[in-house]
Design a protein around this ligand. Structure first.
Ligand SMILES: [Zn+2]
Length: 202
């Protein structure tokens, strides 16, 4: 009985903030679910070899921006948030972001998950803005950074991923932006250390 209540509570904690989430639907080809399986996190310097080879498999189309988000939920992973986007939001391509970075609740701390929209090189559904959904790679860190800070592993993974994507897709540093730069929203939250992340980019 206690277990059931606890799982209901977790579900509510995940879903409720997403009702106020940050995306707009797009219509594209059928969903192909190819989420990456978990890899062991390395908190200090997170070097996800499996993610690297997963990223290298795809020839990127034209991308101009990287848009950073928080999930506004305490827990989540590509499967649970993708399921929500598909079943509740009704987006046929599921997960609106191209990448997710776990916080230890639902995915491992600092774990980078590659969404099907990256694998298929299709528009995101994360910016609430046509230009940025079309040309913006959406990266979402799990957590509500209005209430707490992202973990060190999440930031290490984000820096790693953004550096990689900048190089691979030739995206300038000025175009690494927060969601709130392109839409009226608090995303990615007051405690997201944007300037520190920028300072760690090449
Ligand atoms: Zn957002």
């Amino acid at each position: 009985m206690i277990k059931l209540e606890s799982s209901k509570l977790k579900l509510l904690l995940l879903i409720f903030p997403l009702l106020y989430g940050c995306s707009t639907p797009v219509t594209r080809q059928p969903l192909k679910s190819t989420y990456l399986t978990p890899v062991a996190p390395k908190p200090a310097i997170f070097i996800p070899n499996a993610v690297q080879s997963e990223l290298d498999r795809f020839k990127p189309r034209y991308w101009k921006y990287i848009v950073i988000h928080h999930s506004a939920s305490n827990a989540g992973n590509a499967t649970s948030i993708g399921k929500y986007h598909k079943e509740v939001r009704g987006w046929e391509n599921g997960l609106g972001y191209h990448f997710l970075i776990g916080n230890g609740n639902g995915a491992r701390d600092g774990q980078i998950e590659v969404g099907n929209r990256w694998n298929d090189q299709i528009d995101g559904a994360h910016a609430g803005n046509g230009e940025y959904n079309k040309y913006g790679i959406g990266i979402c860190l799990v957590g509500n950074f209005e209430n707490r800070h992202p973990t060190d592993s999440q930031i290490s993974s984000l820096v790693y991923l953004v550096n990689y994507l900048q190089r691979r897709c030739n995206i300038s540093k000025e175009n690494i932006i927060k969601h709130c730069n392109v839409r009226k929203t608090v995303c990615p939250g007051n405690h997201f250390p944007y300037n520190k992340v920028l300072a760690r980019l090449r």
